[in-house]
Design a binder for this molecule. Structure first.
Ligand code: PEP
Ligand code: MG
Length: 585
């Protein structure tokens, strides 16, 4: 508990991962409530029938997953797609997998009932996964446990836990929400989400954002401080959760909620208004996407194109790598849906926290500085060529740009250009239709060395995209996934701002376009500063785009140039912060 002004009102702080404000009632959901099963000895004569009972239960659990898969298909955008991938994985685990074979064997070797064998096998698998130092695999442990729970439910015929029967306006307060739980949520009844674990990139956060739900990852064990049915407020803007709010707090939040709704309505009117400053400077506003299913939202927000398609998300939550045909189908669909607006496809950005083990990468001594992103692609040519072939073929359906992540030297760009030339010739021989001219090739500027050598890189690139998330991490030596040093993570540090400015100047000198696609691009308070640097292209989560546009429409760039100059000359972080705050207005 952080503070306790009025006795019954409890305010918890946390991290805002969804947007908006929710006012509702607590619905607790504790997935830590462990599954208790009784171990019963099974005689050798009964082993076969126990194994048969297991297979029947697995079939029932798989058929329940099939129902959820149908429900997930009805969900729009990234949420449905993300859940679809996960449910496919659950289905696979329940159908003749290593897990089911392992449980069958254990029934025979340990002479125990199926329920106990499931729990033992799940425990061993989870242990083995947990010892691997990999975020992606750590998340898979929860999926394995979820499949175990479902198997036990099917065996016993009893619900182990459920998110059914939600009251209207339910705010789900959970230690964590599994994707399958989320699939069974009725969005009509859910007002908001509060969880104890999960970062801004967690499944819960992705789903919350695409469903437009306010969500907070709380710092304290809020589950032990709440009861079902208690009034609760989720402030997904400031990252606050207020349990048992006073009448005054409630009135204040009702007012804010109404204000947000009014603002949202007026922002929608800007969808087709061009983003031009008061003094006539046109700004290109693009969207970042993770999954092909997000295009509907991108178009609804009025984006002029996709400025960053993080293609690695197409490789996640699946047992095998997507084939060229599968990637081509997904990418060409995105390109067609965008109806002539450009789509910037970033090649695989894996390594460090993203997907490493799943692609058979050996974790190096320092994964954030190791074989990741473009370095990985250049070392695994088969995976890279498959992806590039799919991208080149998709370019026949509309304007496509290729973006390379984590470039640190001109040699990498030159090598990719050679690969592209060979690949183009090969695809033409195969009779494939390609775009003419071929897609432009750009690089992410997200390593300080790349920013400082931006003039050399600009000579080899068709465009730049500044990745301020990683640029901040590498400039300040702050692991962006480490909560312990999060207080030092500051994209407005003078060093980071200077690198952005240096890159923008190098791009202008080489006459190539430059955009910012890190999180700061979507922060409307920083729009004046970024535009003041001469940046005229911003790419962000589609939900942030209307608010950034509103800021642009009210801005007079020539009037702020002096203040921007003062900011770029400032080296004291505290003074710089107050100058930026002043400029933000
Ligand atoms: C960045 O680093 O700023 C970026 C946009 O890429 P990602 O967040 O995917 O690393
Ligand atoms: Mg990056």
């Amino acid at each position: 508990m952080k503070s306790k002004r009025n006795p019954p009102e409890h305010i918890f702080s946390g991290m805002a991962v969804g947007t908006g404000v929710a006012i509702g009632v607590v619905h607790r959901h504790d997935s830590r409530a462990s599954v208790h099963v009784r171990e019963v000895r099974v005689s050798a004569a009964k082993v076969r029938s126990e194994q048969h009972r297991l297979l029947e239960a697995a079939a029932r659990a798989a058929s329940r997953i099939e129902t959820l898969q149908t429900e997930a298909k009805r969900m729009s955008g990234a949420a449905g797609e993300e859940l679809g991938y996960l449910l496919d994985a659950y289905h696979q685990m329940l159908s003749g997998s290593r897990l089911i074979r392992g449980v069958q064997k254990r029934i025979a070797t340990d002479n125990i009932n199926a329920e106990a064998a499931v729990m033992k096998e799940i425990g061993l698998m989870a242990e083995a996964f947990a010892t691997m130092d990999d975020h992606y695999l750590a998340a898979r442990v929860d999926d394995i446990r979820e499949v175990g729970r479902r198997l036990v439910e099917a065996l016993t015929g009893k619900k182990v836990r459920a998110l059914a029967g939600l009251p209207r306006n339910a705010v789900i307060v959970a230690d964590e929400l599994s994707p399958a739980d989320t699939a069974s949520l009725d969005p009509q009844n859910v007002a908001g989400l509060v969880t104890l674990v999960g970062g801004v990139e967690s499944h819960t956060a992705i789903v919350a954002r695409s469903l437009g739900l306010p969500a907070v990852v709380a710092e304290d064990d809020i589950l032990t401080h709440t009861r079902n049915g208690q009034p609760i407020i989720v402030d997904g803007i400031r990252g606050l959760v207020i349990v048992q709010p006073t009448a005054r707090t409630l009135a204040e939040y009702r007012r804010r909620k109404a204000e947000l709704q009014r603002e949202q309505k007026s922002l929608l009117k800007l969808t087709s208004v061009p983003a031009v400053t008061k003094d006539g400077v046109a700004i290109k506003l693009m969207a970042n996407i993770e999954l092909p299913g997000e295009i509907e939202t991108v178009l609804a927000a009025g984006a002029e194109g996709v400025g960053l398609f993080r293609s690695e998300f197409m490789f996640m939550n699946r047992a095998t790598l997507p084939s060229e045909e599968e990637q081509y189908a997904a990418l060409s669909n995105v390109v067609r849906q965008m109806g002539g607006k450009p789509v910037t496809i970033r090649t695989l950005d894996v390594g460090a926290d993203k997907l490493g083990a799943a692609l058979g990468m050996k974790p190096g001594p320092n994964p954030a500085l190791g074989l990741r992103a473009i370095r990985f692609s250049l070392s695994k040519k088969k995976i890279f060529l498959t992806q590039l072939s799919a991208i080149l073929r998709a370019s026949a359906h509309g304007p496509v740009r290729i973006l390379l992540p984590m470039v640190s030297t001109v040699d990498e760009i030159r090598e990719v250009r050679k690969i592209l030339a060979r690949l183009t010739a090969r695809l033409k021989r195969r009779g494939e239709k390609l775009s003419d001219p071929l897609p432009q090739l750009g690089v992410m500027i997200e390593i300080p060395g790349a920013a400082l050598a931006a003039d050399a890189l600009a000579a080899e690139s068709d465009f730049f995209a500044i990745g301020t998330n990683d640029l901040t991490q590498y400039t300040l030596a702050i692991d962006r996934t480490d909560e312990q040093v999060a207080y030092l993570y500051n994209p407005l540090h003078p060093a980071v701002l200077r690198l952005i400015q240096f890159t923008a100047e190098a791009a202008a000198a080489a006459r190539i376009p430059v955009s910012i696609c890190g999180e700061i691009a979507g922060d409307h308070r920083l729009t004046p500063l970024l535009l003041g640097f001469g940046i005229s292209e911003l790419s962000m989560a589609a939900t942030n785009l209307p608010r950034v546009k509103k800021r642009i429409l009210s801005l007079n760039l020539s009037a702020i140039s002096g203040r921007v100059r003062r900011i770029t000359a400032e080296s004291d972080p505290a003074r710089l912060k107050s100058l930026v705050a002043e400029l933000s207005g």
